[in-house]
Design a protein around this ligand. Structure first.
Ligand SMILES: NC(=O)c1ccc[n+]([C@@H]2O[C@H](COP(=O)([O-])OP(=O)(O)OC[C@H]3O[C@@H](n4cnc5c(N)ncnc54)[C@H](OP(=O)(O)O)[C@@H]3O)[C@@H](O)[C@H]2O)c1
Length: 322
């Protein structure tokens, strides 16, 4: 491999995990205001396997070939003209470019400097790469969209997953009373993270076990057992549902209206400043990061298959031998 090339996971067609393969591709060059980051680890998110298969952000990325991935932790290798906030050698993490292609499943990534933040000092690259997309989603839902306040009752579905485990911790940090849905084996861990109560979704319908909720952060969606629509039943009048996986269908909007509650769609955005705030909470020991398993770039397909099974505790992360 020459200095002008790098290894990256590419796909030539939409399809199953088997379409992911490692190839040698040109190394990107930073434009003015951008940095070149040597990637040590790349987080995996459901949007990755949805896009791989032709849904998710596929409509924005267009036809393959392309390289998936938005979550990066690594070291600044070069800075473009005009960058004053980062220097060569800085350890950074981020979710650059989303929802445009970011090429994070690769040895190098270029992106605007301000879409990165300094990596939490207490985390290694693997754990730092697990943070950006999931934690920004949780932050922007809990803090920026729902404006969760102390004393509010917050229900979080799929609380044991990537986004959910951050949402539980952010809501609890803000002083909310947190109710989580997860399978029973996850309950002791969710209690450690700050959930006041967990409901086993495999045995109990959450609408039979929770009521008077101010805010639902729904990470399951209507595609699974009409979870968004069912969650309208637990909200107090005027309460808010943040519908994260599939947004708000006309039927869901109508049902919310009829129930006298609010509902909003949601899409995560890059935000270096929020990542700095999140790094502060992590370094202060207020927020823990859970990585279930790591995979080398060559096993990106196996990592996707694991994630798509839908039972991940926390996050899955790709590592680069870079
Ligand atoms: N709109 C946006 O900007 C945005 C951003 C990020 C993510 N998302 C979407 O949000 C969803 C969650 O993302 P994620 O990264 O957190 O996923 P994830 O990490 O893959 O979620 C896995 C977790 O889901 C739990 N789970 C599965 N079915 C469940 C159910 N019926 N009830 C309760 N928990 C259930 C599992 O818990 P158990 O192991 O206990 O079964 C597992 O811990 C995905 O659809 C993703 O695409 C949207």
């Amino acid at each position: 491999m020459s200095a002008d090339t790098m290894r990256a996971v590419v796909q030539d067609t939409f399809g199953g995990p088997e379409v992911l393969r490692v190839a040698e591709v040109p190394r990107p060059q930073p434009l003015p205001t951008e940095v070149l980051v040597r990637v040590h680890a790349a987080g995996i998110n459901p949007v990755d396997w949805k896009t791989r298969g032709g849904t998710g952000m596929a409509g924005l990325l267009g036809e393959p070939p392309f390289t998936l991935g938005w979550d990066v932790s690594g070291v600044v290798e070069e800075v473009g003209f005009g960058v004053t906030t980062l220097e060569v050698g800085d350890e950074v993490y981020g979710m650059p470019w989303f929802p445009r292609v970011a090429n994070a499943y690769a040895e190098y990534v270029t992106a605007p400097a301000r879409q990165f933040a300094r990596k939490p000092a207490t985390l290694d690259h693997v754990h730092a790469a697990a943070v950006p997309l999931a934690a920004l989603t949780a932050w922007q839902a809990v803090v920026d969209t729902a404006h969760v306040q102390a004393g509010q009752r917050v229900l979080i579905t799929a609380a044991a997953g990537g986004v959910g485990h951050f949402a539980v911790q952010f809501a609890r940090h803000l002083g909310a009373h947190v109710i989580a849905t997860a399978s029973a084996a996850r309950h002791p861990w969710l209690k450690e993270l700050g959930a006041n109560r967990s409901i086993d979704y495999t045995t109990t319908r959450f609408e039979d076990a929770a009521a008077d909720i101010d805010i639902v952060i729904d990470l399951v969606g209507d595609a699974h057992d009409l979870t968004s629509t069912r969650s309208l039943k637990v909200l107090r009048p005027g309460g808010l549902l943040v519908a994260i996986p599939q947004g708000v269908s006309p039927e869901l909007a109508q049902a919310a209206d009829a129930a006298g509650v609010r509902v909003t769609a949601f899409l995560v955005e890059p935000d270096g400043a929020a990542l700095t705030a999140i790094a502060g909470l992590i370094d202060a020991g207020e927020v823990a990061v859970e990585v279930e398993q790591t995979f080398p770039l060559e096993q990106a397909g196996a990592a996707h298959a694991r994630g798509e099974a839908g039972r991940t505790r926390g996050k899955l992360v790709l590592t680069s031998t870079n």
